[in-house]
Ligand binder design. Structure first.
Ligand code: NAP
Length: 250
């Protein structure tokens, strides 16, 4: 019997995570949509997926906190069964500023939300997926950012550095678990139309910058979700430790 396909998407209620949840559900995955506080967005997405015949649950959990991550995976075990795909996607951005202005509190908040969360969720996924523990293998896709390469000077180098850490996590973990049936890859989006730019204090940031994008436009969450899906799918079974840029050429 074919193993059940179960995908966990952190920060799946809005933006890139929501587009990814829809795509996995359309392709027959039982999907866990994790969210932190926006229950309305997660619930209406779950209704949309269910109306199209997809299977999903929503789980509130702050994935920057170990207790939240443990509870999230416990609920998935009980309600959907063993995870086969983890999409580490939840992330935050804070107001644009130079390094001299950044408080320790802000920097720590960026790191715990954007880095610790990916480590903790990956840890719980690997425990369940590894064939060393009797698991059936699986795939982890990390959502990093083109900012890991640009460094985002004068805007948010704390955020960019957090994404650099995700690139390194992808490389190290992919090698650590490659012989255990687990692939680990990374998608690095560029400027994508989501709410995140408002959190950075400039809702129209993409309009200001789009002439610098070789394809001359911002990207859609759906265009990122297709790359995530490919890296998680059986079309990419010989790819691990890779980075797929979805940046319109930037
Ligand atoms: P978004 O629209 O702001 O959505 C962020 C999601 O993350 C929300 O669902 C939010 O939950 C969730 N979240 C944040 N902190 C969380 C936590 N501690 N625990 C659980 N959930 C948490 O952002 P997005 O643009 O889709 O970003 C998704 C990923 O893509 C992020 O990793 C981001 O860094 C990356 N990315 C985005 C862009 C871009 O241009 N948009 C570019 C490069 C990379 P609530 O809904 O409950 O608030």
């Amino acid at each position: 019997m074919e193993a059940r396909k179960v995908a966990v998407i952190t920060g799946g209620g809005r933006g890139i995570g929501a587009a990814t949840a829809k795509l996995f559900a359309q392709n027959g995955y039982a999907v866990c949509i994790n969210y932190k506080s926006n229950v309305e967005a997660a619930s209406s997405l779950a209704e949309e997926i269910a109306a199209k015949g997809g299977q999903c649950i929503i789980v509130q959990a702050d994935v920057s906190q170990e207790a939240g991550v443990l509870r999230l995976f416990d609920v998935v075990d009980k309600e959907l069964g063993t995870i086969s795909v983890l999409i580490n996607n939840a992330g935050i951005l804070q107001k644009q500023m130079r390094l001299e202005e950044m408080s320790a509190e802000r920097i720590n908040s960026i790191l715990v939300n954007n880095v610790t969360s990916y480590f903790l969720c990956s840890r719980e996924a690997v425990k369940r997926m590894s064939n060393k523990n009797g698991g059936l293998g699986g795939v982890i896709v990390n959502v990093s950012s083109g900012s890991a390469r640009s460094g985002s000077p004068n805007e948010y180098i704390d955020y960019a550095a957090s994404k650099g850490a995700i690139d390194t996590l992808t490389k190290g973990l992919s090698l650590e678990v490659a012989a255990e049936g687990i692939r680990v890859n990374c998608v690095r989006p560029g400027l994508i139309y989501t709410d995140m730019h408002s959190d950075g204090g400039e809702p129209n940031r993409i309009e200001r910058l789009k002439s610098k994008i070789p394809l001359q436009r911002g990207g859609l969450p759906e265009e990122v979700s297709e790359a995530i899906y490919w890296l998680a799918s059986e079309k990419s079974t010989f790819s691990t430790g890779n980075y797929l840029d979805v940046t319109g050429g930037l």
